[in-house]
Design a protein around this ligand. Structure first.
Ligand SMILES: Cc1cc2nc3c(=O)[nH]c(=O)nc-3n(C[C@H](O)[C@H](O)[C@H](O)COP(=O)(O)OP(=O)(O)OC[C@H]3O[C@@H](n4cnc5c(N)ncnc54)[C@H](O)[C@@H]3O)c2cc1C
Length: 409
């Protein structure tokens, strides 16, 4: 069996390791446009902060490819897939497969602003992006602008203020981390960020940039402008699907897969940020672009590619974030539709800066957000992930010391 994996991120790596557990000899080719050993992408923000050096990023040793008998094709992009001939195109070169995994991850969502190609405007997706930002910081930055209040935008802004750079965070929505938390938790997070000197501006977009070679000013949607000599764009991500023949392989937001991570084309699989599968909490197709799901779906894809059938029950969004001294933990559906199908339980303590929110549907926990006190968050996440029916009064789950054994049937 000949395997080809597109993408050397954690989904591709996890798949290769799973394949090797079952098939010690089948040739594996891994195509990745980033060079070097596989690394921990979420930790690039810690490099930006200066908390760790780039040498701490790799998640596998330099011998990873040799040790697993993988033929790496690094620094090259897969440009097309020929489904009929079972070949991946890398420019002119062709690479044959019996089993193919698309684990190409995601690309930063581009912004629609004039002159966004000026110097000192960066995304924050790759190791090299942080290298570029550091380089700009070394040359001297007076004020930074971060676009986006999601996970990446938040981490970029956090890293820059930790570096002592006056920073403005510009958010299109009404509060930070709006995909992860609700308005109440968002207000608490915003307060924590503002208290540490971050200038947070909401319901605003950037329309254009100005500068002579490098950025000097941003023009905003309310007609105002902002001086800035460094911009980090963190407006979310989109599955990296530009090279995928959508007329052959079903693509929605992400590459559509079944519970074996197989696409509509037999022998072609997808995993990680590029894949779209059922979200456990929402019970609808979804792209959960998070690290633990990339590990999990990659592993499941690898097993299935090598012939061991393993089914995935679904994916689940979840996150733990520390904002200075404020812990935030979220999982599942935090902002449910207002159609009366969900029960919402909340407990807030202003003085202690704590907030817990639970979302239940049909007697099952489907979402939670916790700020300040995140005790038993792991238990709640497991309840959501396993779709376990909650027994008794669910309000008890709002108490950080609830007895998990008494609440489930
Ligand atoms: C700053 C930041 C912070 C994050 N924080 C968190 C967090 O706190 N918690 C969390 O769970 N997740 C976090 N994430 C998300 C997490 O990093 C991703 O979910 C995870 O890395 C996805 O892994 P993947 O293997 O699917 O994709 P990727 O890590 O994107 O790897 C895919 C690889 O394939 C390459 N590639 C793409 N197209 C091609 C092609 N055509 N040919 C060859 N190679 C190609 C890409 O360049 C990349 O190297 C964060 C991400 C970022 C950027």
């Amino acid at each position: 069996m000949q395997y080809v994996i597109i993408g050397n991120g954690i989904a591709g790596v996890s798949a290769a390791e799973a394949i090797r557990r079952i098939d010690p000899d089948g040739p594996i080719t891994m195509i990745g446009d980033e060079t070097g050993p596989p690394y921990c992408r979420p930790m690039i923000s810690m490099v930006l902060e200066g908390r760790i050096g780039p040498e701490r990023l790799p998640v596998r040793g330099r011998d990873f490819y040799d040790r697993l008998g993988i033929m790496p094709v690094l620094g090259r992009r897969a440009t097309a897939i020929d489904v009929d001939r079972r070949q991946v195109c890398i420019g002119e070169r062709r690479c044959a497969y019996d089993r193919l995994l698309i684990a190409a991850g995601a690309d930063p969502r581009p912004i629609r602003a004039e002159a966004s190609n000026l110097g000192n405007i960066f995304f924050m997706r790759r190791r090299e992006d942080v290298h570029g930002i550091h380089h700009a910081l070394d040359a001297g930055v007076r004020r930074a602008l971060v676009l986006g209040g999601g996970l990446v935008g938040f981490k970029a802004a956090y890293g820059l203020i930790q570096q002592g750079i006056p920073t403005t965070m510009l958010i299109g929505s009404a509060y930070p981390l709006s995909m992860q938390v609700d308005a109440r938790a968002g207000a608490m997070i915003r307060e924590a960020l503002v208290a540490r000197g971050l200038d947070v501006r909401v319901n605003l977009e950037v329309r254009a940039f100005d500068g002579n070679g490098a950025v000097r000013q941003a023009h905003l949607s309310d007609g105002s402008h902002l001086d800035c000599d460094l911009v980090v764009v963190g407006k979310g991500v989109l599955p990296a699907r530009s090279f995928i023949p959508a007329e052959r392989i079903a693509v929605d937001l992400g590459v559509v897969v079944d519970d074996h991570m197989q696409t509509c084309v037999p022998g072609v699989f997808a995993a990680g940020d590029v894949a779209q599968f059922v979200d456990i909490a929402r019970q609808t197709p979804w792209v959960n672009a998070i690290w633990p799901e990339a590990v999990n779906t990659g592993r499941i894809a690898g097993f299935n590619m090598a012939g061991r059938p393993v089914a995935c029950p679904g994916t689940l969004s979840r996150n733990v974030i520390r904002i200075f001294d404020l812990d935030v933990m979220t999982a599942g559906l935090v902002n449910p539709p207002e159609d009366g199908t969900c029960q919402i339980l909340q407990a807030e303590d202003h003085r202690r800066r704590t907030y817990r929110k639970l979302v239940l549907r049909g007697g099952r926990l489907v979402g939670m957000a916790m700020v300040g006190r995140i005790e038993q968050g792991g238990v709640l996440t497991a309840l959501i992930g396993s779709r376990t029916a909650v027994r008794g009064n669910p309000e008890r789950l709002l108490d950080a010391h609830f007895n998990a054994g008494r609440l489930v049937s």
